[in-house]
Design a protein around this ligand. Structure first.
Ligand SMILES: [Mg+2]
Length: 99
């Protein structure tokens, strides 16, 4: 599978593929916005999601992203957010009023 990504990067070049990532994220955002506004575009939305994921995988290869380091960062952020939620729940249950 990785060979396919590398073939695409080699053929089009890194600059073009980074521009493609930006373009695909825009297309995904447009479909997500349409979906949020009531369009029944699930198929198109998921297609654009895959376009973004394909470009993100290329980004990871171009930037030598370490999957283990990323997993560590991801887990840290997930834990931190869950702690924030727990703190909010505690504040709500203790009658704290946000101003
Ligand atoms: Mg697209």
């Amino acid at each position: 599978m990785i060979e396919k990504y590398q073939k695409i990067i080699k053929y089009y070049g890194q600059d073009n593929q980074l521009n493609k990532l930006v373009e695909e994220m825009g297309e995904f955002l447009a479909e997500l916005s349409r979906n949020r506004n009531g369009d029944l575009n699930r198929g198109k939305l998921l297609e654009e999601l895959e376009d973004v994921k394909i470009c993100l995988r290329q980004f990871e290869l171009m930037y030598n992203v370490d999957p283990f380091e990323q997993a560590h960062i991801r887990n840290f952020k997930l834990d931190r957010q869950c702690q924030r939620i727990d703190k909010e729940i505690l504040n709500v249950n203790s009658g704290h009023v946000w101003k």
